[in-house]
Each structure stands twice: as C-alpha cells, then as structure tokens.
Design a protein around this ligand. Structure first.
Ligand code: FAD
Length: 378
C-alpha cells in the first residue's frame, strides 16, 4: 500500500476515473489516483457537455444505462456541488433535433410514443414531442429550414464541463483521495492471478485493488497482462462561437452537427467523428469547415458569430462503441472502466457508482455484464 494506506489505485484522472475515485472514497475506501498529466485534461476536457437520452424505442443495454445515468444527473450535480463547494452549471433546456426525411418522422413518432409512456415525467408537458415545420419557428425562430419538422426532447440537458471536472477534482480531494499527477503508469506487476503494483516514474505503487480508467491509455497499461485492451481513439473536433444576441434556445441537432447554447452568448459546436485519425490532435481546415458550414446552414445568423476557440479530443472507444466495464476475467483484483466514446460525461455518474459497488462488493449491476472486459484468450 502507498504509505501503508491505499486500498484502491485508480489509474487515470478523467471524468470516469475521478467519478469512480470519488464514489469509492465516499464509501470509506482509501483511494489514490495516478494521472500521467493533469486530471481532467484529456478527452473529458474536449467534451461539449451535451446530455441527451438516446431516443430509441427499443433501447440496448448501453442506451438504457445512459438514460438511467441522465435521470439521476441533477441529483449527482447537487451532491457533487455540496462535496466540492464548486458550482457546476447544469441546465435542462431540451434538444430540438431536425428531422431529414419522412422515414425519420415515422421513427420519431414511435420514439415519442415510447418515451412518453416509459420515461420519467417532467411536469405536464410530454417528455418528447413532434414539431411540424410550422411549429419549429415558435421554438427556434432562427432556424432556416425544417421541411420535415423536428422532435423536441425535454429531458435533454447540458453541463459546464470545465466546472464539472474542477468540481470532481475538489470533491475527490475533500473526500481524502490522494491525487498524484504527472505520474504515468508504465506497467502493472503481477503475481499469480493478482496485480501487486503499478510502476510509474521509477516508483512502485502498491494497493489491494486497481481500477483502470485510463481511456485511450488502457492498451499500454494492460500490455503484458491477459486483459484484451480494445479501447481505441476516435478523434473529434469542436469549436466555440460567441454571439451578441440569442441565436438558439435549446440544444439543436441536425445530422452530425449539434449546437449547445449558454446564456452568456457562448455556443459550443460539435463535432467531427474521425476514427482513422489515430492519435492526431490537430484542427484541420476540413474539420472546422464541416462544423462552421453545418452550424450556419442550420442557423444562418451564426455567420456573424465570433469563433472564439477550436480544439480536438480523442474519444476512448470500446468495441462496437460500448464501454468496457467490469472485473478482469484473469486478474482477481483488477477492474476496468474505459471506452465511453461520445457519452462519457453523461455516463460518468452511473459508471462511477457501478464501479464503486463492484470493487467493494463484487456485485455486478444488471445490464453491466454486457460490457465485461475480455481476456486475450477469449
Ligand atoms: C469533441 C468531443 C465532444 C464530446 N462531447 C461529449 C458530450 O457532449 N457529452 C458526453 O457525454 N461526452 C462527450 N464526449 C465524450 C467524452 O469526452 C468521453 O467519453 C469521456 O471524456 C471519457 O472519459 P475518460 O475519463 O474515460 O477519458 P479521459 O478524459 O481521456 O481520461 C483518461 C485519463 O487517463 C490518463 N492516462 C492515460 N494513460 C495513463 C497512464 N499510463 N498512466 C496514468 N494516467 C493515464 C489520461 O491522461 C487521462 O487523463 C466528447 C468527446 C469529444 C472528443
């Protein structure tokens, strides 16, 4: 144990590692986070903080888990704020998604019917509603063209990601988590079916249990173990616009482009999906043009917006775009939680809770077995 005290080492201080560490510490566990850079600076910092429940009428295990996480998001933010003392802006403005064909309208009708009968209620209004092309301007006057109408999902929310990450770091520290930054885990030392130490910066960090939340760093860390490490990077570019006058009121989505507006005139625009870009983190003319063209086609008034910032991030992506979550099949004290692709900010509360439960009690929550890590021999 590190200084005779650590029960659990969490490798990786992104949104997933931090949430897991905080949840474990709240249950009285002594936790150390080992982070190669600074906490909350990798994929998590690139996120736009959009939180929309998957609308599918027949949801997969992951989509159900995502929804479950979002139903509890407000409560999660409240307890995080009280643990950290850091304000985190969270709003449920709803998402207006433009429909692009009559087939899409039919699918949306089915989704609305399913959502309005099975999702938690939000006041008197339907949680999901179809809008005709005539109705769209009542909700979003600046939208240029919506020939097939739109669907409005009132459960969709947004969180300020910078504040979320700052708050998680502070909550961890306040709960007694040891945060060790600038410390890159190079390898795991194992004996029989257990990992006994993580090696980093020429030091040997010993613990009872290890939780690997290293995102795209997972394959490097698990090399030499029997753990199959199927997490790969999928690059995403995004940008920040600033407007003088309100341009959109809801999260607005059309195809791959989505706009996340904030009261102070910021509009986050996301995002490209570039699975072949490897570990490249540059912003390209093509990527930025895609975002700007997309945004200004949806809302022409955005042509006057100021481009305040552009960035790129590498989404840790598991097999079939599912996360890998669970206990290692071969190593009895190693757990993995990585590969949340495009929804890690949304999935973090439930991922952290499930992982803390699993690490402490060995209990796997229903549905989670779908994401169990595999060994190389499987
Ligand atoms: C452009 C873009 C927009 C997005 N928008 C949204 C959104 O609107 N909503 C949403 O829910 N999600 C969104 N996402 C996805 C979300 O950002 C990710 O799913 C999430 O951040 C993954 O979190 P993580 O903690 O697994 O990974 P990371 O944040 O990458 O954290 C992993 C950490 O592990 C550390 N690490 C790696 N290797 C080692 C090592 N060997 N030793 C020690 N530390 C190590 C890294 O430095 C890093 O800090 C977006 C992503 C991108 C790129």
């Amino acid at each position: 144990m590190v200084n005779g005290a650590t029960d659990v080492i969490v490798v990786g201080g992104g949104v997933i590692g931090l949430t897991t560490a905080w949840q474990l510490a709240q249950r009285g566990v002594s936790v150390t986070v080992l982070e190669q850079g600074r906490c909350g600076q990798a994929a998590s910092r690139a996120a736009l903080g959009a939180l929309w429940p998957p609308p599918m009428a027949h949801a997969s295990a992951m989509q159900q888990m995502h929804r479950q996480s979002l139903w509890g998001y407000e409560a999660f933010i409240q307890s995080l704020q009280s643990a950290s003392g850091v304000h985190v802006e969270y709003q449920r403005r709803g998402k207006l998604e433009l429909l692009n064909s009559t087939d899409a309208v039919r699918t949306a009708e089915e989704q609305c019917a399913a959502a309005n009968t099975s999702w938690p209620k939000l006041g008197d209004k339907p949680v999901m509603e179809l809008l005709t092309d005539q109705q769209v301007p009542q909700y979003e006057p600046e939208i240029a063209n919506a020939p097939h109408g739109a669907h409005l999902c009132r459960w969709s929310g947004q969180v300020n990601v910078d504040q979320l990450l700052e708050s998680l770091v502070r909550a961890c520290i306040n709960s007694g988590v040891r945060m060790i930054e600038a410390t890159r885990v190079e390898r795991l030392e194992s004996a029989a079916d257990r990992v006994v130490a993580a090696h980093a910066n020429g030091q040997r960090f010993v613990a009872d249990k290890f939780v690997l939340c290293a995102g795209i760093g997972l394959p490097t860390i698990s090399a030499g173990t029997d753990l199959a490490p199927p997490v790969t990077p999928v690059k995403g570019q995004a940008l920040l616009l600033r407007v003088q006058k309100e341009a959109v009121r809801h999260i607005v989505k059309s195809g791959m482009i989505f706009l996340v507006p904030w009261q102070d005139g910021r509009i986050l625009v996301g995002s490209t999906t570039e699975p072949k870009a490897g570990f490249d983190l540059t912003n390209t003319a093509e990527g930025i043009a895609f975002l700007i063209n997309g945004a200004t086609q949806i809302v022409p008034a955005l042509k006057a917006a100021v481009v305040e910032r552009v960035w790129a991030g590498l989404r840790p992506t598991g097999p079939k775009h599912h996360p890998v979550m669970g206990k290692s099949p071969a190593l009895s004290n190693v757990f993995v939680c990585a590969g949340h692709f495009k929804i890690g900010i949304g999935l973090a509360p439930l991922s952290g809770k499930f992982m803390a439960e699993l690490v402490l009690t060995g209990r796997t929550e229903p549905g989670m077995e779908t994401f169990a890590p595999k060994s190389l021999s499987q």
